[in-house]
Design a protein around this ligand. Sequence first.
Ligand SMILES: Cc1cc2nc3c(=O)[nH]c(=O)nc-3n(C[C@H](O)[C@H](O)[C@H](O)COP(=O)(O)OP(=O)(O)OC[C@H]3O[C@@H](n4cnc5c(N)ncnc54)[C@H](O)[C@@H]3O)c2cc1C
Ligand code: SF4
Length: 532
Amino acid sequence: MAELPTNLRTELRTDLRTDLRTLVIVLGDQLDLDAAAFDGFDSAQDSVWMAEVLEESTHVLSSKQRTVMFLAAMRHFALALHGAGRPLRYTQLNAPENRGTLAAQLQDDIGALRPQQLVMTSPGDWRVLQSIKAAAAAAGLPLDVREDRHFYGSVREFAAHAKGRKALRMEYFYREQRKRHGVLMQDGKPMGGQWNFDADNREAFGAQGPGAVPPRHRVTPDAVTQQVIDWVNQHMANHPGALDSFAWPVTRTQALQSLASFVQQRLPLFGRYQDALWPGQPWLYHAHLSAALNLKLLNPREVVAAAEAAYHAGQAPLASVEGFIRQILGWREYVRGIYWTQMPTYADRNELGAQQDLPAWYWTGDTDMACLRDTITQTLEHGYAHHIQRLMVTGLYALLLGAQPQQVHAWYLAMYVDAVEWVELPNTLGMSQYADGGLMASKPYVATGKYIQRIGPHCKGCRYDPGERSGDTACPFTTLYWDFLMRHETRLARNPRMALQVKNVVRLSDAQKVAVQDRAAAIRRGEVGAGA
Ligand SMILES: Cc1cc2nc3c(=O)[nH]c(=O)nc-3n(C[C@H](O)[C@H](O)[C@H](O)COP(=O)(O)OP(=O)(O)OC[C@H]3O[C@@H](n4cnc5c(N)ncnc54)[C@H](O)[C@@H]3O)c2cc1C
Ligand code: SF4
């Protein structure tokens, strides 16, 4: 590994000439030497531009883990560019000349380097695309935004799939993807005769617990990463979370090692325990690859190919492999399509009219609800929670409470090492909060505390009872579930997939309804749930 120049800008700009032909803009989630933006790159005439700017860590209060993930990966990528002989203009966060926003920094550097054109790969955030377009226009420069080849399909292809459909369902999109890309297919039919093996997946661990789970693949921070950790600890002390456990892959080589370790050690049981929870066990049988994928250290095709190869080699069962591939070839591509075909208005949607503030303890984990405390504490510690924790613990509670979706979105975008808006926003607003009114999910994912009781043992160690709907020991999830059904009864009754759940409200007496409403009001006033 090359040594980190103390100031990447000062050290690496020596390679630069002015009067460039092309300035290639690379953002913190575009760390791929083979990205489309580099097509035709000529080191004699072109240069790369990268900048660390405070705006990206403060427009939502980015957690320490997420901030270090991005900055450390960017600095390692700068070294990779250096190694590949590609001239680079890189501005560090602490550089005195740092202008604080992408647009302002770019404008300054355009002034200094005088390129004839700007090139970039399509970014993952609508806001960032607008600000770079504005900077290019202000400088009077053409901006060539190229297709992101990282994904299996283009946004245009997704739009064609979506055209004329009232609702977008992942399952149909996924089947098309399998056929188009020939993944897990045999003679034009799905491998094993089924598209989906969920019936074989999704078990809980049982009373004996998960036993010996393979340890997380840890990457010990090198000098480059450690420098970022020290800086963030010193200058972003007020940002959420901690860095003691930081061990994420921040280079392509490390990401490939993480992939290999997942395929060997966790993939065989991925499907079976995909939805399971266990206190103090954040990693279980999940891949922990989302950040590496989203920063483009890994390509989804190589991840899918590795899983498929494990199946063919008899190292992992089809149910696990199909379940895993569906997350990447299906969900990941699908949410990207939703984002880019629905933005910018998508971010403002709030179909259920939810206006409650997100409880302050979401940012600290200081709650007496065992399942939420565990999920939020591990999120602060590692910048990670697995899907069912995000959807059915923190997401479910916010939905039932009636938290304003834009506040929920800000929380998810801030907290997770893998959070980039194109993937975080549809998952939060659409799948988790039903704020798009059913564009993405056919019904709101609502459940009582009994659902959480079924998938793990948190309720045993909790002061609340998931079976109780009202009263002092009632589980807040359960109270809020009934309150949610009552508050949205008319709308939900129109949804055939919710009709049965809504019918149960009719069975409640008036006194039972009032007891639920009183308790829900106390929860919303913050009288229940806060403080361990
Ligand atoms: C409210 C909410 C917010 C989320 N925010 C993000 C986010 O900011 N960034 C992010 O990458 N994922 C997000 N997800 C999706 C999912 O929870 C994470 O991708 C997953 O937990 C990452 O952990 P893993 O790598 O161990 O994934 P695994 O469970 O092992 O899955 C394998 C891979 O499949 C992909 N994947 C799985 N589920 C999804 C999904 N629903 N949408 C897109 N890709 C998926 C990821 O790339 C992941 O690495 C969110 C989900 C919810 C419910
Ligand atoms: S009782 Fe309710 S709050 Fe407590 S752990 Fe169970 S689901 Fe969570």
